[in-house]
Design a binder for this molecule. Sequence first.
Ligand SMILES: Cc1cc2nc3c(=O)[nH]c(=O)nc-3n(C[C@H](O)[C@H](O)[C@H](O)COP(=O)(O)O)c2cc1C
Length: 398
Amino acid sequence: MPWKRRPFNGRNIASAQNIADLRAAARRRVPGFAFEYVEGGSEDEATLNGNRTAFAALRFVPSTLIDTQGRSLATELFGTPCSAPIAIAPTGLNGMLHPHGDIALARAAAAFGIPFTLSTLSTTLLEDVAREAGGRLWMQLYVMKNRTIAEDIMHRAATAGYEALLFTTDANVFGSREWDKRNYSKPGKPRLNAVLDTVRHPRWLSRVLARHGIPRFRNIENFLPPGATNAVGGSTIIPQMFEATLTWEDIAWVREHWPRKLLIKGVLTVADARRAATLGCDGIVLTNHGGRQLDYCVAPVEVLEEIASAVGDRLTLMLDSGVRRGTDIAKALALGADGVMVGRATLYGLAAAGEYGAKRALEMLTTELDRVMGQVGCRSINDIGPHLLRRAARSAER
Ligand SMILES: Cc1cc2nc3c(=O)[nH]c(=O)nc-3n(C[C@H](O)[C@H](O)[C@H](O)COP(=O)(O)O)c2cc1C
């Protein structure tokens, strides 16, 4: 019989090799509608796919015969030590993947000595995450039409000791995730095949749904109309609450309410990055929301170098969207990022095996980053620079 490669079958998490394997495990363990909520991009998914293509187009040019014994991933973000240049990105509805999903992710981040970012649309109160997980916590802010919601979040996050606020600016108009929508006959009403698929996941049903009910938007539920406080009812109301009138003038208003580190999450142009610096922001997140908002959007890694040369000395630069490998992290750092944020990578781990799965995801990413550093001749994060990279087309020509 000819030898056949065997891909990971998604069963035994301990033998998962990489984030793609965790994704396969996640697909087995949660119902299709929950997996699709995580997985999908907007419209043609050109942005989603482009995020991976953009990383793949960058190739390393390694130096050789360099002593890389004793490598360290340690770095600083906002002057505070961080064991690796990674933070967990904010994602709403984590409780749909695993009970207490936010706390599980935050604990995994704390165990790795990296920041965790809680979404405005989390299924756990921000105070509970601070109490139960500790560690370095950042808070994500969606400013909705009712501005009192944002004021409440900022006030509570400051009181609970959150270190930084990530003001998301690329969701003023909600993206259309068509694969996600196909699971519902109308918003919040799953189709028969989605229901049948859910029944085929009895462990998820008993652990998530039977024990905790439909996940609720705990942080903002006091502001939601009755019936819209959970993932089912909220799916129609919440997109309508997003605020399309936001402008740079609103940064001053955010600043009035938020005394600590402030990052704008959604910057992709040099002009906007400069504006953020001029207005006294501390950092930006270069992102296209993991391909869930604007379709046919540039990948953050494609504009990173120009933004880094314009504002890298004034702002902390985080980058997300498409990070699945240690090599991706090394590429982002080489082009000027101070760190990356991961969304789906740790969500796959969470969906596959809760806190343990999220830790596995972080372990994979940090092990891979350490390995690539050794292979390209870097002993510390500061050694990683643009000299390590070529665009794939150019390196093929040589
Ligand atoms: C399921 C899911 C939910 C998300 N929810 C939010 C959110 O509530 N607020 C936000 O600013 N970004 C949200 N994002 C975007 C992430 O913060 C991040 O930008 C994106 O996931 C990065 O891309 P990646 O998933 O390829 O790592 C979400 C992403 C996913 C996958």
